[in-house]
Design a protein around this ligand. Structure first.
Ligand SMILES: Nc1ncnc2c1ncn2[C@@H]1O[C@H](COP(=O)(O)OP(=O)(O)OP(=O)(O)O)[C@@H](O)[C@H]1O
Length: 255
């Protein structure tokens, strides 16, 4: 679980995060949504320890980041998995080498154990036969699966995903969303996903945090987002005619 208390972050005169407080529970897919420039990436990078907040607390399973010594911060970093936008695989490495990379960086396990673990996670993301292929030889959806396998190979407690569906067709995007959701539950991970994809919100939004101009404007579940009267949320989420109709039908069905 990650608890955020009154988080502030500025860059010079640009006041980006203006006192965000929220909780991300483990075993759940937590989504951060909001317009371009609302502060989602700065928030995610702050949770990853890549930006140091000016004020506020981030508490990882009971331990505030600022109370950790250097060794504890290194240990925390090793418990974090990351799926970057566009997969960010190493082109010159095979799929198996990509997945083994964090193990080689952070563990002193013998080679055959590392291979075994890479094999296990590749099977878990339904890629049993791609070990010796290079990223350029597989599809975008498969690359995303490799990125997920690499992110979970070190058994992370926290999984951060930045726009995991960018560049994928809608069907593949839903498969990837569901894979992240299943893995989150199965391994009891605290997963936080930065997304623009409204399908993801409706499919896997167990907790949704809506940012507007660096402030948490709204938070709730995918069911609550259908019912909310918050105008900023409805204008953002239901900007298309299709989503407006879906919302109307949902409300009528529930009444
Ligand atoms: N390193 C930085 N230095 C200065 N300003 C920054 C830095 N990173 C982000 N910002 C500013 O913070 C604001 C929020 O940016 P951020 O990237 O978090 O938005 P976002 O919600 O993730 O947008 P998008 O959906 O387009 O990725 C922007 O005005 C941006 O210019």
């Amino acid at each position: 679980m990650i608890v955020v208390e009154d988080l502030h972050k500025s860059f010079g005169d640009a006041y980006v995060l203006k006192g965000i407080s929220t909780t991300f529970e483990k075993g759940k897919t937590n989504l951060i949504i909001g317009q371009s420039g609302s502060g989602k990436t700065v928030f995610l990078k702050s949770l990853l320890g890549l930006f140091i907040p000016d004020q506020g607390k981030i508490i990882y399973d009971g331990k505030p980041y600022f109370d950790m010594d250097d060794d504890e911060k290194i240990e925390l970093r090793q418990k974090m998995g990351m799926v970057f936008q566009g997969s960010a695989l190493f082109d010159s490495m095979t799929v198996e080498e990509n997945v083994m990379f964090p193990l080689k960086m952070f563990s002193k396990k013998p080679m055959d154990e590392m291979r075994e673990r890479a094999d296990f996670v590749l099977k878990r993301v339904n890629l049993p036969d791609a070990h010796k292929k290079y990223p350029a030889e597989i599809s975008g959806g498969m690359q995303k699966r490799v990125a997920i396998a690499r992110a979970i190979v070190n058994k992370p407690k926290y999984l951060f995903c930045d726009e995991p569906n960018s560049g994928l067709d809608p069907n593949t995007a839903i498969i990837i969303d569901n894979l992240i959701h299943e893995i989150t539950r199965e391994y009891d991970i605290t997963t936080i996903i930065n997304t623009h994809d409204m399908n993801s919100v409706m499919e896997i939004g167990e907790k949704i945090v809506f940012l507007k101009n660096g402030v948490k404007e709204w938070e709730g579940t995918k069911d609550e987002i259908f019912k909310t009267d918050n105008e900023a949320v409805t204008n953002f989420v239901y900007s298309s005619e299709l989503f407006k109709k879906v919302r109307q039908m949902y409300i009528e069905e529930k009444n």
